[in-house]
Design a protein. Structure first.
Length: 307
């Protein structure tokens, strides 16, 4: 059977005829004309190669094929009706859905646990997954539905991506407690006197810190490069190395913290999704939870100076 030939409306007509036992009554149920019902029945008979109903007096009696088909057909129609209703209305208490996220370790560690806790309390049948994805594949993954959300500080400008700035942070200098570089406000001299840990996705990728230092005629010594922010604090506490970390992450560790001795642009975090999900109630609800949590947790007070 060629599935491309199947018109779901035919099964709605089939259900109505089975229920009414009469073409005229079936037409009344569906609010269409009797010729339209007859035409649909003819098409379904041709599709299934079975008469489906035979006339017995004034009643249309189902054939064995029709009797075998009615149960699955009604289940399918019910599922379709439920799906349509759920697409228009969203009740988090009963919604069953899985949302696919892709975000780096920083957001995965700070935001997703809080998002999952909130969803667990309000929408217990919603599942959240997070996995790593090559940035070159993000747009296609969002367009295909493989991915629902992508969250990062990366700026993407593709035409069919919607985005929302979920939070703003800034980089600070961190080191082990009692590190001598933090005895006074961090100077450029102290900043450059020690080796640094650089966070980068690629070995040859220049960080924002290094680009700005180069503009100022300086270069820091990179003693270690890491793919993940979350590995850095454990290295810092055992060495005299320094690192530049987002403020919201640094404040959760027992580290010495200081503002940078030079100015950088704020660190903006964005969540991206495909424009086709703009009006989906479930999608809108989840992303609003994400936005609320990120803005409350990621964005630090501008006058924060931890030590």
């Amino acid at each position: 059977m060629n599935l491309n030939r199947i018109d779901l409306n035919l099964f709605a007509v089939f259900d109505a005829i089975y229920t009414a036992g009469n073409l005229t009554k079936a037409a009344d149920i569906l609010c269409i004309t009797q010729p339209a019902v007859s035409n649909s029945l003819a098409r379904l008979r041709d599709l299934l190669n079975d008469p489906l109903f035979v006339r017995t007096g004034h009643t249309m009696s189902p054939t064995p094929v029709a009797q075998n088909l009615i149960g699955p057909a009604r289940q399918a129609l019910s599922l379709l009706r439920t799906s349509v209703l759920q697409s228009r209305e969203f009740n988090p208490e009963v919604a069953e859905k899985t949302f696919q996220f892709a975000c780096r370790d920083l957001i995965e560690a700070s935001i997703l646990p809080r998002l999952i806790a909130k969803i667990e309390a309000q929408a217990p049948a919603i599942t959240i997954t997070n996995y790593d994805i090559d940035k070159k594949q993000v747009v296609n993954a969002l367009a295909s539905g493989q991915l629902d959300f992508y969250a990062d500080s990366e700026t993407l400008t593709e035409q069919y991506l919607a985005r929302h700035k979920i939070a703003e942070d800034r980089l600070v200098v961190v080191g082990r407690p009692e590190h001598p570089a933090f005895a006074d406000p961090m100077s450029m001299e102290n900043f450059l006197a020690y080796g640094h840990i650089k966070v980068s996705q690629r070995p040859d990728q220049a960080s924002e810190v290094d680009v700005e230092l180069s503009k100022l005629g300086h270069q820091r010594r990179i003693a270690m490069q890491s793919h993940h922010f979350l590995t850095i604090p454990s290295v810092l506490v055992k060495t005299d190395l320094l690192a530049c970390l987002p403020s919201h992450l640094a404040k959760h560790y027992n580290l010495a913290v200081s503002e940078l001795p030079f100015t950088l642009q704020p660190l903006d975090y964005y969540v991206y999704w495909h424009v086709s999900a703009n009006e989906d109630p479930a999608h809108r609800w989840v992303r609003q939870q994400l936005i609320d949590i990120a803005q409350a947790f990621l964005t630090p007070p501008l006058n924060q100076n931890a030590a």
